[in-house]
Design a protein around this ligand. Structure first.
Ligand code: ZN
Length: 502
């Protein structure tokens, strides 16, 4: 339980000495109307303990029944992952005690998952593709949510008391488990994040999950182990739990590689355990020891009939599969006319959805790309937020881009307008009016400012006549400054050159 700062080896050095093997477990919360085994509503954000019943809190004598839509969603996920669908599966009880698990067991799938043996191709930011083999995807129910009050870490250590909300207990989950992923090398952290990004796009595209990581709809446990190059035996792994942003996944994997390398290089051993990721200090800390044979005393759930999807049903669902993420990416890149590099940047910044919306709302693709990957992403980054958390809509961006394109405002003003939109001052057009940001394109006003500037730099016109056009720059600068940036610089330049020709 030590929280002392761990020693880290330099990343490059760690990769020279060790091979990295990762494994990823991703939990997807399904967006079914009701919970997995009862009729309680499956909604986020309701008053605590309002969506509960005897079944989801496991009162004696209550009997569960499987949610058909949850099975359908799970099969669709399995098919999208290229998995085989088990014609005959069942639920098991995973027994453990924890306050957020009122039943004292989790209904899950153990030896007979609904989907198994798939693979998907994952592109990392460098443009390289990796094939990730899927071991299984199985159905289970979520636990409730504990909130620890008092203390400053939000964890149970140091808390004065804890609250439990069972609204989430019994919400359907699909857990997707990869086989060990070899060969990621220096890109293993990026690969982990790119994989989760792809899974998120996939389940969103399938319509089976809201896929919002900040709400815990998609959660990742990252297994990391390292071994000296050439050694056959796998190293001891750690499992960093519930990492809930793509950036954190990448950072957590990188951190574990460096931490484990420092320990092994000193002749130490890695403890097989779960670990927690701390976003604030960019580090993992020790959780609980985890052996491969944790005894959950699994046994078949006696209250539920086996899950036996018919071949016809599976084929029906296969025929209904929507466009896969890779195909969607290809189509959007072609539609938008982005270069490979431009498009990769968009994907890796998580901006495909907002750009798609912005283009659909009427913006030119390059203008949409420019705003989302430029100023908006910069602000989100500076505020340490996801772009989706900023209060700006696709139609705001369309309006902003149109204002620039029509010459009403320039880029500098547009950035100011953007700040106003994010501060909740209203729509871009309104802010232009309110802040008096319109550009001056009236030649009379521009000429007056130009003549005033020329009076202070009388030799400029002569230089321009001699062909030194760059001399106009100083006058343009002076005019822009005098007009507080509201002048149309291109028009100012034209007018100066006209003056020189007079
Ligand atoms: Zn219930």
């Amino acid at each position: 339980m030590s929280s002392a700062k761990a020693e880290l080896m330099k990343y490059e050095e760690a990769l020279e000495k060790f091979e990295v093997v990762i494994g990823l477990e991703v939990h997807i919360e399904l967006n079914t109307k009701t919970k997995m085994f009862c009729g309680c509503a499956n909604v986020f954000g309701d008053e605590p303990n309002t969506n509960v019943c005897p079944i989801c809190i496991g009162l004696p004598g209550s009997l569960p029944a499987v949610n058909r839509r949850a099975i359908e969603s799970s099969i669709s996920i399995g098919l999208a992952l290229g998995c085989q669908i088990a014609p005959n599966g069942r639920f098991s009880r995973k027994n453990y005690f924890y306050p957020d698990l009122a039943k004292n067991f989790q209904t899950s799938q153990y030896d007979e998952p609904i989907a198994f043996e798939g693979e998907i191709s994952v592109e990392v930011p460098s443009g390289k593709f990796f094939t990730v083999a899927i071991e299984r995807a199985h159905m289970e129910e979520d636990a409730g949510k504990l909130t620890h009050i008092g203390g400053n870490t939000g964890r149970i250590q140091g808390a004065e008391y804890s609250l439990v909300d069972y609204n989430r207990a019994g919400v359907p989950l699909v857990e997707i488990v990869t086989k060990p992923i070899y060969g990621g090398g220096a890109e293993a952290p990026e690969l982990a994040a790119a994989y989760v990004r792809l899974i998120r796009e996939m389940v969103k595209g399938l319509g089976v999950s809201d896929a919002r990581m900040e709400r815990g709809n998609v959660r990742c446990d990252a297994n990391v182990s390292i071994r000296p190059h050439g050694q056959e035996k796998l190293g001891t792994r750690t499992e960093t739990k519930n990492v809930n942003s793509l950036r954190s996944i990448e950072r957590a994997v990188r951190y574990e590689i460096q931490r484990q390398a420092a320990i092994l290089a000193k002749g130490g051993t890695i403890t097989q355990e779960t670990r927690h990721w701390h976003e604030d200090r960019g580090a993992t800390s020790s959780g609980r020891p985890k052996s491969d044979a944790d005894d959950y005393r699994y046994f078949p759930e006696p209250d539920l009939v086996p899950v036996q999807p018919s071949a016809e049903w599976v084929e029906e669902l296969r025929a209904k599969l929507p466009e896969q993420p890779a195909a969607r990416r290809k189509r959007l890149q072609l539609d938008w006319g982005f270069s490979d590099l431009e498009f990769r940047d968009v994907v890796n910044a998580g901006l495909m959805d907002p750009i798609e919306e912005t283009v659909a709302a009427g913006a030119k693709p390059q203008a949409a790309r420019k705003w989302w990957t430029g100023e908006i992403a910069r602000i989100a980054n500076a505020e340490d937020k996801e772009v989706s958390e900023l209060s700006i809509s696709a139609s705001d961006v369309v309006e902003l881009a149109n204002l620039v394109e029509s010459g009403k405002i320039n880029d500098r003003m547009a950035r100011e307008v953007l700040t106003g939109v994010l501060a909740g001052e209203g729509r871009p057009g309104q802010i232009v009016t309110d802040r008096g940001l319109e550009m001056v394109s009236d030649d009379g006003a521009l000429l007056a400012a130009i003549d005033a500037a020329l009076a202070k730099q009388p030799d400029v016109l002569e230089k321009i006549r001699e062909g030194k056009l760059q001399a106009a720059g100083a006058v343009i600068g002076a005019v822009m400054q005098a007009m507080k940036g509201t002048a149309d610089a291109a028009r100012v330049r034209e007018l100066i050159i006209q003056r020189a020709a007079e």
